[in-house]
Design a protein around this ligand. Sequence first.
Ligand SMILES: Nc1ncnc2c1ncn2[C@@H]1O[C@H](COP(=O)(O)OP(=O)(O)O)[C@@H](O)[C@H]1O
Ligand SMILES: [Mg+2]
Length: 574
Amino acid sequence: MLLHSSPRNEEFAQKFVEANECWNLEQLYKDITFAKQQEKQLYRKQLTPTEKACLRGLIRGYSPTEIAWELNREPNGLRVELSRGLYRYIESLTGARIKNWSNVSKELEKKGYKFHSIGTNVTANRRDVTCLVSTIENHVDWGEAIDVSIFYGRHSELTTLQHWVKQDKCRLVALLGMGGIGKTALSVKLAQLVQEEFDFVIWRSLRDAPTIEELLDTLIKFFLCQQETNLPETVGAKISRLIEYLRKARCLIVLDNFDAILSGGERAGNYRSGYEDYGVMLQRLSETAHQSCVVVTSREKPTEVAAYSGEFLPVRTLQLSGLNNEDAQGILAAKGLTGSVDEIEKLIECYGGNPLALKIAATSIFDLFDGNIADFIQEETTLFNGVRNLLDRQFERLSPLEEDVMYWTCINREPVPAAELQSDIVPTVSKGNILESLESLTWRSLIEKRRDAIHRVSTFTQQPVIMEYMTERLVTGATEEITTGKINLLNKYALIKPNSKDYIRQSQIRVIISPILGNLQSNLKSQSEIELKIKNNLDNLSDNFSNKPGYFSKNLINLLCINGQARMPAPQEL
Ligand SMILES: Nc1ncnc2c1ncn2[C@@H]1O[C@H](COP(=O)(O)OP(=O)(O)O)[C@@H](O)[C@H]1O
Ligand SMILES: [Mg+2]
């Protein structure tokens, strides 16, 4: 009795309890206990809390390794214990040989211990999503996932990742690496390769830094197949609800650009203020038993991933390096770049096999050096500065309209159709000219084309590294213009776009307006001096812009408002 009331046993009694929903547990315990008593020839023996927990885990489709994690046991020890005990009792109960843990549920199901079942495969119980939604089997939502029909190499990475996801049943996998190295592409490829394993697959980018509530609501609604329901109110309850689904069905969630919600300061892996609950979510996803997998891609390692990952733990990290020589050559060849083996290898080495850098470099070589790699390498003395330097070079070469398209794509933050870019740009330009610019920028990998499946239009956006580069240009340029009173960018581009969706507006304030004010603060010291400076610009220059189309006064008013923490103008006033 003492044994059964210990805190540890009580804790075990809570593990894998969802087995109760689909299995006649009471009868199973009774019959297996009987088998145990026969086997041991001890008629007072009962099933231990550990045995019961293992039984529940096994019939829910958890492997012994996963069960060991959950019960805080050493996996090999538990495996031996199962082979000597529980498997033998089940054998004598079912009359079937239990060669592998996955036979357990199959054989017990045959004997009628399961209430209902759909499908006939070994993992039928995992796929029994009737507990969650009754009619839908394989649910997939790719969100804004990029097209990976052209994909080179990464064989060993994909083998490792598939093993972690399929065999080791990892709960959390982090793909880490610098911008442009191929994290997003790899995450999509992986999800495509393993999707058959899962009842639900959802791919989401955190690039626009959704709040944790928004993300959890999206996920919960997805698992409920968009049915109207009362969503839990607190973050904690939302996370619990999510985990409940991740237990009931096998789900794959990919969260791309996780670094968008990290602070990126000196202490890598910490959260931006207001986003700390993402850490709580990762912690709970790692600690709690469920049969699903969450993949995150990030430039920095989130602290929870660092704390919970390990070779024998259900949390793993894969640090991505560049493509190997042969695969990187594929990228260059697809761009039509040819050269001697030596030159090509040197180019790949210069960019560490970073596919994005190589794509941009390849077009630079065409644009600036008539396709001559040797000239490019020779001239590009600071080449080792990587993508940045390359982008400076590319930017210098853009036409004024291409510049406009680059700035506006950055300001829009999310993929937008050509028509939207056309309505942003002042003075008005023709759609044909915009499309021409977009084509040329896409070829140089400075803009990426997407397909908006709902509205059936092409949309355009930038890779995060490039968007960051453009944001920095805009912030630096705007700061300088306010300081010197020589206005150009500030009239051509809106720092906060009129009528933006709320989350985009927040994003524009955070990445554009606040850094400009931050820069001004370091030059001008106090908030009131900043205010004075902006007002002076407004007073002195308004006449110059009064009959020119543009965003000058709206931008300065927005800066004033946010600087003074004053009332933000309503969208119709902008
Ligand atoms: N293995 C690959 N084969 C072909 N193209 C790739 C590969 N990996 C990445 N790319 C391309 O390189 C660019 C950058 O990759 P991406 O996955 O977006 O990088 P990250 O997410 O790490 O910033 C994209 O245009 C992508 O399509
Ligand atoms: Mg990415």
